[in-house]
Ligand binder design. Structure first.
Ligand SMILES: [Zn+2]
Length: 158
């Protein structure tokens, strides 16, 4: 593809290489023009030549902003405990401890009677599955979190 500007009206013309060095009419002003050779001079389209570096500059500026954005601050952002393998591990161990505590509490309740306020999920699990349902719910979560933490630790993710 040959790109050149009409010498009379300045309209930029694109034409297939096969028309190189042929004469034709400018589509803008109908003046006869000679199509230049296949490799046109660099200054044929000054507007495009200027626009490209400007575009490149804009791109590099955007890249700089992106780099600045991803640069860590002096203060690292607070990490969610759940994102860390040891967070899951500790959470899991805590839940296992909670399961043991709940088992004790429920054992006391079953022998003495009474009730205590607790997370509705556990209360529901108790209604459905009894003491072992509630304890199993927390203990299951605990085991899942412990295994999840161990798995994350092994894969080296943080
Ligand atoms: Zn023209």
């Amino acid at each position: 593809m040959i790109r050149f500007a009409c010498p009379t009206c300045g309209k930029s013309i694109k034409i297939a290489d096969e028309y190189a060095v042929r004469r034709g009419k400018c589509p803008g002003c109908q003046t006869p023009v000679t199509v230049p050779a296949a490799a046109p001079p660099a200054d044929v389209e000054p507007a495009t030549a200027e626009a490209e570096p400007a575009h490149a500059a804009a791109e590099s500026e955007a890249a700089t902003i992106e780099v600045q954005r991803t640069k860590p601050d002096k203060k690292p952002p607070p990490v969610e405990l759940g994102d860390l393998w040891w967070g899951k591990l500790c959470g899991g161990i805590f839940m296992l401890g909670l399961a043991v505590w709940l088992y004790n509490e429920l054992s006391h309740l079953e022998s003495d009677g009474g009730s205590f306020r607790i997370w509705w999920g556990i209360a529901l699990a108790y209604k459905l599955g009894g003491k072992w349902g509630a304890v199993g719910l927390i203990g299951g979560f605990g085991i899942i979190f412990v295994l999840w933490g161990i798995k994350q630790f092994k894969t080296g993710k943080e």
